[in-house]
Ligand binder design. Structure first.
Ligand SMILES: [Zn+2]
Length: 237
């Protein structure tokens, strides 16, 4: 088993995770530093994931990698998109919420999002990687009380189904547009799951760092909030 993986930040919720010779790419939107071609060149197996159809999570330009991508895993809501039809059908797997996919080299499980599409739990070579997509407690300050309540209930309902989830690395939105409520969702998520490393995404603002009370019950784990495309971290276990 590989005991060290390399995570690279692309943009927004776009990341790659290199596990041995296997490369996972999540929510490719843009790659300003053009690091993906090199990452692919260094890998034997490439899997791409898109959590939902929004332009900042699914970019039809991922078809440019079709020759080297082994499989595209796309959320069900992407199937109707014109850009998706240009991807090679034989390499594309559409996943519903609470879906499962397994091959000899990887396992994929999906959860429901609070926005559109799904979130992913992927297992490769003993590594469990969770990518939330736009699953979050979207608490917008300016919203009506009713909408705020709706967002909270929706989040709580989905989170319940993730209770006890185990992941070596979790990517979770910490959107600065939510202001002081930006990490409400991430905080609850860490409380209800068993995650070993938290990576903040969908940030659109200054670096986020957890407050003293962010982690509860002595469950403090390392965090990383990348801002600049191309930033990398080695994560070991
Ligand atoms: Zn988004």
């Amino acid at each position: 088993m590989t005991n060290e993986v390399v995570v690279s930040y692309l943009l927004n919720s776009g990341f790659s995770v290199k596990i041995g010779k296997t490369l996972l790419i999540f929510d490719y939107y843009l790659d300003p530093e053009n690091i993906v071609p090199n990452l692919i060149a260094e890998s034997d197996t490439v899997y791409m994931f898109s959590s939902h159809r929004h332009f900042d999570h699914f970019n039809p330009l991922i078809r440019q990698f079709a020759d080297t991508v082994n499989q595209y895993f796309l959320s069900f809501d992407i199937e109707g998109e014109a850009g998706a039809k240009k991807l090679p059908l034989e390499k594309t797997v559409y996943l519903n919420t609470y879906d499962n996919y397994a091959s000899e080299t990887l396992q994929v499980k999906t959860y429901s999002s609070t926005d559109e599409g799904v979130s992913f739990l992927v297992e490769v070579d003993g590594w469990h990687i969770f990518h939330a997509g736009d699953f979050n407690w979207w608490h917008w300050k300016g919203e009506t009380e009713e909408n705020i309540k709706f967002a909270r209930n929706r989040f709580a309902k989905q989170l319940k189904k993730m209770s006890g989830l185990v992941a070596d690395i979790a990517f979770f939105p910490v959107d600065s547009r939510l202001e002081e409520f930006c990490d409400l969702g991430a905080k609850e998520f860490c409380k209800k799951t068993d995650v070993n490393y938290l990576i903040a995404m969908h940030r659109r603002g200054p670096v986020w760092t957890p407050t003293a009370d962010f982690f509860q019950d002595n469950k403090t784990i390392p965090t990383w909030c990348p801002i600049k495309s191309g930033e990398q971290r080695k994560i070991t276990k």
